[in-house]
Design a protein. Structure first.
Length: 220
């Protein structure tokens, strides 16, 4: 069930992202002296941009961000095994038992839900022209920046660079959790479990946003 769901949503994303047309020329290639720091930064910051430097994403950039964010950043490990550890310690669901098998079933469950969420958000955002990156605040001071980081869990920039509700993100979070409930044991398939999962996604997304906001600005 998990593999089938991932394949279906990956196929859907490939269609939507393939239809996304670049609105601006691709960014010129960096010189070799800047390449290594940039690769390191992208590994740990996933995808973020300063508001003053924002421009619409091309289709190729969307693909790169999707693969990196979903499979190849340290955050993937954190958001997978963090909730899985909590569920394992509280023995939820009890039908999955304890030991290594039970733990990795819980980790697989959470990984599948986050992967579906990322895939659906990438496809939906491409279709409506919304950005999937974290947009750093152009403000100063701890509290304004902290508030901006939390707010960015619910808004994004549209194709015109204006803030708009992150509809693709909302729909993806709820869709992933309700679909994920289909492979859960009895007693863990109701709406409350889905809403609990959405809460987990919001909490981890907010934490990552705070980290991104306070990372040092990119050197030009």
């Amino acid at each position: 069930m998990i593999r089938l769901s991932l394949l279906l949503f990956s196929f859907g994303a490939s269609i939507a992202l393939a239809q996304q047309q670049p609105t601006l020329p691709a960014t010129p290639a960096m010189d070799s002296s800047a390449a290594e720091p940039q690769v390191s930064r992208m590994l740990f910051s996933s995808a973020m941009v300063n508001k003053a430097e924002w421009r619409p994403l091309t289709g190729e950039e969307r693909w790169r961000i999707y693969w990196r964010r979903t499979y190849f950043t340290p955050g993937v490990i954190f958001r997978t095994f963090g909730p899985a550890t909590g569920s394992h310690l509280s023995d939820e669901p009890p039908q999955w038992g304890q030991g290594a098998e039970g733990y990795f079933r819980r980790a697989g469950n959470r990984f599948a839900r986050f992967t579906m969420r990322d895939t659906m958000e990438a496809a939906g955002a491409a279709a409506i022209g919304h950005d999937v990156r974290y947009i750093k605040c152009d403000c100063t001071g701890f509290f304004p920046r902290f508030g901006h980081a939390l707010a960015m869990g619910f808004v994004t920039l549209d194709r015109n660079g204006k803030y708009a509700p992150a509809y693709a993100r909302y729909g993806a979070a709820f869709g992933a959790e309700f679909i994920g409930n289909t492979w859960m044991p009895s007693g863990y398939r109701d709406k409350s479990e889905a809403f609990r999962g959405v809460g987990i996604q919001i909490a981890y997304g907010s934490l990552f946003n705070v980290v991104r906001e306070f990372m040092p600005a990119r050197k030009k």
